[in-house]
Design a protein around this ligand. Structure first.
Ligand SMILES: [Fe+2]
Length: 267
């Protein structure tokens, strides 16, 4: 897929779950291998990428070496990257490692007619998410400051239900409060998240709520309890147009994911 002229091209990857040592596996899946394989495929398929967006769970246990490995891989592409934390991440180490240059934890950036806002939904030590009052104020301040810019919001946890009972206990606790803020600003076009390790694209009051696959193992859609799917790792491509339109699609590595060995899922 090539970039259509005059649009912003964003490559979103999520839920890398990188371990302290790149040779280690989680749920039978070598997370470091698939992270790199997804990026290789994305850059082969997408002619132009303006920005990489990483929506949380970059590492499984918040290891410093995990973030350093991610930085090394990302820097090789020489493209700006914005990273936000998920429930598995250790935000202090993220901030230390992604501290400037091309790869950063910046929470807001303008690109032409668009504003990208990255929110932190992490509750340290817990699996579910929340948009704390300070973060809601930040969101509102960004939207008030740039009313003429279309807005894309990125956040780790979903603000919508997924029809998977076990995952739906871990959405943003105060989703309604967040969506009430979003609803006041018609320039918001979409909210894109990670966490659910599967693809979703749902309309809500004129905006799109997007979920992006993991770059490693996938969760089985519409499952009552934790279950893995054999769908392959993938990425989301977002094209943001000057008129506010979004075109987006998910692409996955070919085949079926083999070698899965489900452990008790440690969120
Ligand atoms: Fe995850």
């Amino acid at each position: 897929m090539t970039k259509t002229s005059s649009c912003l091209s964003i490559l979103q990857i999520s839920d890398l779950h990188i371990l302290a040592k790149p040779e280690e596996s989680l749920q039978g899946v070598n997370t470091a291998y698939y992270f790199q394989a997804v990026l290789r495929q994305a850059f082969a398929e997408l002619r132009d990428v303006d920005l990489l967006l990483l929506t949380g769970d970059l590492t499984q246990y918040g290891s410093l070496t995990g973030y350093q490995f991610i930085l090394e891989v990302l820097e090789a592409y020489q493209i700006p990257a914005l990273c936000l934390p998920g429930n598995h991440d250790y935000a202090d180490f993220m901030g230390q490692v992604f501290s400037g240059g091309l790869v950063s934890c910046e929470k807001q950036r303008l690109f032409g007619d668009w504003q990208l806002i990255c929110l932190n939904s992490q509750i340290p030590g817990e699996d579910c998410g929340i948009i704390e009052a300070e973060e809601l104020q930040f969101l509102e301040a960004c939207l008030q400051a740039y009313p003429e810019h279309h807005a894309l919001i990125a956040v780790h946890h979903p603000c919508f239900k997924t029809q998977s009972a076990w995952l739906d206990t871990m959405i943003i606790k105060n989703s309604q409060e967040m969506l009430a803020v979003v609803g006041k600003y018609p320039q918001v076009k979409a909210v894109t998240c990670g966490h659910i390790h599967q693809e979703m694209d749902m309309p809500l009051n004129g905006i799109r709520l997007l979920g992006t696959p993991s770059t490693c193992f996938q969760f089985k859609p519409e499952s009552m309890t934790f279950a893995l799917d054999d769908a392959m790792p993938g990425y989301r491509h977002l094209q943001l147009f000057a008129d506010g339109r979004i075109e987006t699609s998910v692409s996955r590595l070919p085949g079926k994911l083999t070698g899965l060995s489900p452990d008790i899922y440690d969120h």
